[in-house]
Design a binder for this molecule. Structure first.
Ligand code: SF4
Length: 326
């Protein structure tokens, strides 16, 4: 297991801005409740991502168990809260990456891996030595420490962070930390300036190199918070960075009274269109309302294939894996 320094250690864990300082190798759990062994739920080819990530066959997506955020509206709560999944060694994760490449994946897409950075670096080192050549996507909440990102960066080709909100009165009750806005601003700014290789994005007759795709989930009742995010974006965007606006919010009673128990309504979608014009956002991605397929946005990881078959092909599932703890 690679533990090169204090910032990449499970022993005095400060892998995320919660900085719990617990010794995960001795079974002591911090906010994320993760142990010191990699734990994953599913890996396969996934077509429900932004177009540049899909390629011909889909993004080679790996879903980790556990999460440093515990968002109240989490659509993967089977993983984030219930830790559905199986333990794997770093070599086993490296083998899964090689299998994804052999299956035709466009990239390796690590979903919510912040609490497992040391094991992920070890897995990538193992797989690169055995021929892994795909670009690697870091798909995270944006709640990251710069010191950890600096050490992760040489292994990453594209950052795919969220910018969920810049409002601490939202992040406190929904994400259990009022620090999120300040942390995510710094993390995304650092990612935007970092020297990652990027991935090609062919569009409108040109091919750009994307280094950051910034995701923002629009929350019902919080269009003014989205306005603040888009304003930040318009002041801080750099070449190679595009915005991905997500409108598929799925109501959950756990967010009341901060977020109303309903999806976005027509008036909010109209206001969002107006904001896109106001901030002159001409590049990037936005879901169309007809893209909203509940089965895609609410995967069921208790099944071998958690997503609708037209969106995904399974290569590895915790349900059938022959691993350390099955
Ligand atoms: S990764 Fe988990 S244990 Fe480590 S600092 Fe973050 S929440 Fe705490």
């Amino acid at each position: 297991m690679i533990e090169t320094n204090r910032d990449l250690s499970y022993c005095d864990c400060r892998l995320c801005p919660r900085e719990c300082g617990v010794d995960r190798t001795r079974g002591i759990r911090g906010f994320c409740a993760a142990g010191s062994s990699l734990r994953i739920a599913w890996a396969g080819l996934h077509r429900g991502e932004e177009p540049p990530l899909i390629g011909f066959n889909g993004s080679g997506t790996v879903f980790f168990s556990g999460c440093t955020m515990q968002c109240r509206f989490c659509q993967n709560s089977q993983l984030s809260r219930r830790h559905m999944g199986s333990e794997v060694t770093a070599n086993e994760l490296g083998r899964i990456c090689l299998d994804l490449e052999a299956a035709g994946a466009a990239n390796i897409n690590f979903v919510t891996g912040t609490h497992f950075v040391p094991g992920i670096i070890e897995a990538l080192t193992w797989a690169r030595a055995r021929g892994l050549s795909l670009p690697v996507v870091w798909n995270s909440s944006g709640f990251e420490r710069r010191e950890v990102l600096e050490q992760l960066s040489p292994y990453i080709d594209l950052w795919l962070p969220d910018l969920k909100t810049l409002n601490p009165r939202v992040s406190g009750p929904l994400f259990h930390t009022e620090k999120y806005p300040g942390v995510v601003e710094k993390a995304v700014s650092w990612m935007a300036a970092s020297p990652v290789r990027g991935i090609p994005w062919a569009h409108d007759g040109v091919t750009d190199t994307l280094r950051v795709i910034l995701r923002h989930l629009v929350l019902p009742g919080h269009i003014d918070d989205t306005r603040e995010v888009l304003s930040w974006w318009s002041c801080n965007r750099v070449p190679g960075m595009v915005l991905s606006l997500m409108t598929q919010y799925i109501p959950t009673p756990r967010t009341k009274p901060i977020v109303p128990d309903r999806p976005l309504n027509t008036e909010e979608l109209d206001r969002l269109s107006g904001l896109i014009d106001q901030f002159a956002i001409t590049e990037g991605f936005i879901q169309e309302p007809e893209d909203t397929d509940l089965a895609l946005w609410l995967p069921d990881f208790s099944r071998d294939l958690p997503f609708p078959p037209r969106f995904a092909r399974s290569l590895w599932s915790w349900r059938t894996a022959d691993t350390k703890d099955g």
